[in-house]
Design a protein around this ligand. Structure first.
Ligand SMILES: Cc1ncc(COP(=O)(O)O)c(C=O)c1O
Length: 357
């Protein structure tokens, strides 16, 4: 029996020595490595500015703080996402308003999003979930017409492309996570905020560092949400590999597509205008629990992203019915996906799924 990990981190000698270099340098925060990582990431993302921060959650919090989100403001988010898409708005006194998703891509439905806009709506957070970009044109059009800011949650979509533009460079602000299992990681906690807007960039840069430009003058109330030099050094190494890693993820996805064809399940789609980076390879199947238990017995780890939609979470219960979200949450199953996965391993997973069905 094979043992197939759901995801796997990459650590090589270049990464090890980049960490040792930081330890030997004596400079652990606010150094040249962070500045270089920010420059290189901005170039990768195609934005004027990028700021290294302490997590994807910090990135979203900073985006909302820079936009001035406060008590009484509404922020539209999909309910089918990780909790941190919505929780930062609540910390600022805002209210997440949940929109449904599109059944094929699992990303926010622009029409339902438009229906949820009120006079109190200040921002929209589309999530490029699983690595597939949201349909950004209608989202940006509606947002521009109504004067609402767009924060892209690109925490699962480093390098994904929407109509020629990288995820995180299409709205007003893009937010990334470098959590260990992500397409690109700092092997610990880390994130990035990207923007083309100079005014927002200045605010984000200050807000993540105690609200200051000068060491002893705190112009606005900020926090310590900085990224340190060790994580920046690892991030720079990760950035050298991200395009190859995404290419391999796409190859694995094609193999899954081919081998799962004809089975009674729904495979992920890639829209003609999108380049999916398959942070997760998510299928939909009626008897999800049974298949997951079978695969587990056969040594294949799987996951569910996410079984409980945000409007049903105890910490942010909302009285709203989201039919597509609720249906998908019951049927989705994430199969093993990481760039080190071998073709034989994908074949084994698919053979076992065929056997189970
Ligand atoms: C869609 C989404 N948003 C936000 C986050 C938060 O990122 P982090 O875990 O780095 O705080 C994550 C990652 O876990 C995520 O997947």
């Amino acid at each position: 029996m094979m043992k197939i990990e759901f995801s796997k981190m990459y650590v090589d000698d270049d990464i090890r020595s980049s960490v040792i270099d930081v330890l030997n340098s004596g400079i652990y925060i606010k150094g040249e490595r962070l500045r270089s990582f920010e420059r290189e990431f901005a170039e990768f993302c195609g934005t004027r500015y990028s700021f290294g921060v302490s997590s994807g959650t910090s990135a979203i919090l900073l985006a909302l703080m820079a936009l001035g989100i406060k008590k009484g403001d509404e922020v539209i988010v999909p309910a089918h996402t990780f909790v941190a898409t919505a929780s930062p708005a609540i910390f600022l006194g805002g209210t997440p308003v949940f929109a449904d998703i599109e059944e094929d891509t699992y990303t926010i439905d622009p029409e339902d999003m438009a229906r949820k806009i009120t006079e109190r709506t200040k921002a929209i957070i589309p999530v490029h979930l699983y690595g597939h970009p949201c349909d950004m044109d209608p989202i940006n059009d509606i947002a521009q017409e109504k004067g609402i800011a767009v924060i892209e949650d690109a925490c699962q979509a480093h390098g994904a492309v929407y109509r020629g533009k990288k995820a995180g460079s299409i709205g007003d602000i893009g937010c990334f996570s470098f959590f260990p299992s992500k397409n690109m990681t700092v092997l610990g906690e880390g994130g990035m905020v990207s923007t083309d807007n100079e005014e927002l960039a200045e605010k984000i840069s200050m807000l993540r560092d105690h609200g200051r430009r000068d060491k002893y003058v705190h112009e606005v109330l900020g926090l310590n949400l900085r990224m340190d030099e060790i994580h920046a050094a690892i991030g720079r190494e990760s950035l050298k590999h991200i395009s190859d890693w995404n290419r391999r993820r796409r190859e694995i996805a094609s193999l899954y597509h081919r081998l799962l064809q004809g089975l009674d399940l729904v495979a992920p789609v890639e829209k003609s205008w999108a380049e999916h980076v398959y942070h997760l390879y998510v299928i939909r199947i009626k008897e999800r629990e049974k298949l997951a238990a079978y695969l587990n017995k056969k040594g294949v780890s799987t996951g569910v992203h996410y079984p409980v939609p945000l409007h049903r979470q105890p910490c942010m219960l909302a009285d709203v019915h989201l039919p597509v979200t609720e249906r998908c949450a019951k049927e989705i199953l994430s199969l093993p996906m990481h760039p080190q996965l071998l073709d034989e391993e994908v074949e084994y997973v698919c053979d076992e799924i065929r056997e189970a069905l």
